[in-house]
Design a binder for this molecule. Structure first.
Ligand code: SAM
Length: 247
């Protein structure tokens, strides 16, 4: 079934309740995918599971008629990524990989050494929708507006561990820290090209919910650190004990 086009829609999904598509989606299905009336595709909205839908066409407008629910709604893991934005294409890479690797909330944080201007959360949100469609997720990650690091830490739910990728000290290996951990809500913090300032390191080390981890002896690019740490978390604590969804 994974060859059947898969679309995220905002509207509710229920048997026979027509879902009119926006212009962009209509154009994509009719002009790019060259689908015709009657074609079958899959739709999900992050609330009602995934539905097989029959395509209805009226001129340039397309609509979906949900016919059968093929996957129940699943609540994804409560995993948050706090990262300091870097150059645009690399930030896009981080956001796309975080979506594929099951992150629920993406919180850009502005740190002392962050070199990039503010991130456009709305632009990144369309990136995560595309990634979620492709990766067969049942939900869409939320991309938040950027916050100064201090504010993001002050707003952090202290019941959740925040794994701080710390390239500058003798932190414990992430595998060791995670082993035996429960698949609980958690967060991951990765710094910018220039790393964290001494003041930020001190602030982070003083917070009881912050757990410093090392990703080995080499200095990884921020995007490499994000993918590495998320991979370890999913493999050791997350949902990689489940096989891929063979739709
Ligand atoms: N401060 C580094 C330096 O002196 O070159 C550069 C920072 S690195 C490019 C960007 C971020 O990736 C770091 O702030 C850290 O969060 C993470 N990172 C990179 N290598 C790491 C490692 N070996 N262990 C833990 N985190 C790492």
């Amino acid at each position: 079934m994974s060859h059947v086009a898969r679309l995220f829609v905002d509207a509710d999904l229920s048997q026979g309740a027509l879902v009119p598509l926006e212009e962009g989606q209509s154009k994509y299905l009719l002009r790019v995918m060259r689908l015709e009336a009657g074609a079958i595709l899959r739709a999900f909205n992050g609330r009602d599971g995934e539905w097989l839908c029959r395509l209805q066409v009226n001129g340039k407008k397309a609509a979906l008629e949900p016919t059968e629910q093929v996957r129940p709604q699943e609540a994804g893991l409560d995993l948050t990524l706090l990262f300091a934005p870097i150059k645009k294409t690399r930030t896009d890479f981080i956001v796309e990989k975080a979506s594929e690797l099951g992150v629920r909330t993406i919180q850009p944080v502005i740190t002392e050494y962050t070199q990039t201007s503010r991130v456009r959360a709305d632009r990144l949100q369309s990136l995560v929708i595309e990634a979620a469609e492709q990766t067969e997720r049942m939900d869409i990650p939320e991309v938040c507006n950027d916050l100064p690091l201090g504010k993001a830490l002050a707003a952090w739910d202290r019941s959740k561990p925040l794994y701080y990728c710390d390239e500058g000290s003798a932190a414990r290996p992430m595998v060791e820290v995670l082993k035996g951990d429960l698949p609980q809500a958690a967060g991951l913090l990765v710094g910018p090209e220039g790393g964290f300032s001494p003041r930020e390191r001190e602030m982070l080390r003083a917070l009881e919910f912050v757990i410093s981890v090392t990703l080995g002896p080499r200095i990884l690019r921020a995007e490499t650190a994000v993918v590495s740490a998320l991979t370890l978390w999913q493999a050791l604590v997350g949902d990689w004990d489940k096989g891929p969804y063979l739709a």
